[in-house]
Design a protein around this ligand. Structure first.
Ligand code: CP
Ligand code: NVA
Length: 308
């Protein structure tokens, strides 16, 4: 594996293998502490947008394993502005052993991977969020274990970058996915086409509805995300008018499976897409989910460095 740009670049077996490795590294970390498997390696982290989880979990993943990470802010790099993406990729390839990039335009992280001689990891683009998708799957597998095949995953709200990776990982693992989103805020059609191709092989069922109540019926996982993603701030006022019926609250949760879990990639806009009582209630796994970013990313890095 050269890069980690999209969940859909991998087979079901490869994703299961990454999940098994993440679970193993997580267990080892809690049982034996830090293992220096990334000794001598530095991860360059290019951020065009803000981040808490992605930045800190990648940095800590490298440090726990004896490596290091270098944060490069939007102003320092000026990706594609101060210098071409191809030149940035080729220069950094001589300094660090892998790159993680959070870009606005998905084409920019693809371009970085094209020119870099070192592995490139997509830390979120306007199209997808594969590291989040892997950590989400790890969280779901931990919760539902061997029974996870045929699970119903429902996403309610803005069908965005996080939804794309959740849909692709669900399809690859044979989970059914239902997306409930308002008109005009649908899934990227290309991503749906890719998911349908995967689902043909795995038997996963994909459903797209407008009604949030219909979306959560029979759901084992209810997932939501912000109504306004980074880069869409000018649309905030209009989105705040459209999305309230899609709020994940106690009433909506009462319509899902009795044992359903609630997920959110965070940052959450509390009492907008997710109410406080649900976010902090017994069905919520939002913090273990955030913590799993660390373990899932260790697995990605280990495979890219070829050390596990
Ligand atoms: N979920 C996630 O990617 O969070 P950050 O934007 O804080 O990295
Ligand atoms: N959809 C959100 C996810 C943040 C982690 C965004 O792109 O801003």
């Amino acid at each position: 594996m050269k890069d980690f740009i999209a969940i859909s670049d991998f087979s079901s077996e490869e994703i299961r293998d990454l999940l098994d490795l993440a679970a193993k590294l997580k267990q080892e970390y809690f049982e034996k502490g830090n293992q220096p498997i990334f000794a001598g390696k530095v991860l360059g982290m290019i951020f065009q947008k803000p981040s808490l989880r992605t930045r800190v979990s990648f940095d800590m993943a490298m440090r726990h394993c004896g490596g290091d990470a270098l944060y490069l802010s939007p102003n320092e790099i000026g990706l594609g502005k101060r210098e071409s993406i191809a030149d940035v990729a080729r220069v950094l390839s001589g300094y660090v052993q892998a790159l993680m990039a959070r870009t606005f335009d998905h084409a920019h992280v693809v371009e970085l991977a094209k020119w870099a001689d070192i592995p490139v990891i997509n830390g979120l683009s306007d199209y997808n969020h594969p590291c989040q998708g892997l950590a989400d799957a790890l969280t779901i597998v931990e919760k539902f274990g061997a029974k996870s095949k045929g699970l119903n995953v429902s996403y309610v709200g803005d069908a965005n970058n996080v939804t794309v990776s959740l849909m692709h990982v669900s399809a690859l693992l044979g989970w059914n996915m239902t997306v409930g989103s308002p008109e005009g805020y649908d899934m990227n059609p290309k991503a749906v086409e890719i998911a349908r191709e995967i689902a043909k092989k795995t038997g996963s069922k994909l459903t797209f509805v407008r009604d949030p109540h219909e979306a959560v019926k029979g759901a084992h996982v209810v997932y939501t995300d912000t109504w306004t993603s980074m880069g869409q701030e000018e649309e905030t006022a209009i989105r705040e008018k459209i999305f309230p019926p899609y709020q994940v609250n106690a009433k909506l949760m009462s319509e899902a499976d009795r044992d359903a879990i609630v997920m959110h990639c965070l940052p959450a806009h509390r009492n907008h897409e997710l109410t406080d009582d649900v976010a902090d209630g017994p069905q919520s796994v939002i913090f273990p989910q955030a913590h799993n970013r660390l373990h899932a990313q260790k697995a990605i890095l280990a495979r890219l460095f070829g050390v596990a």
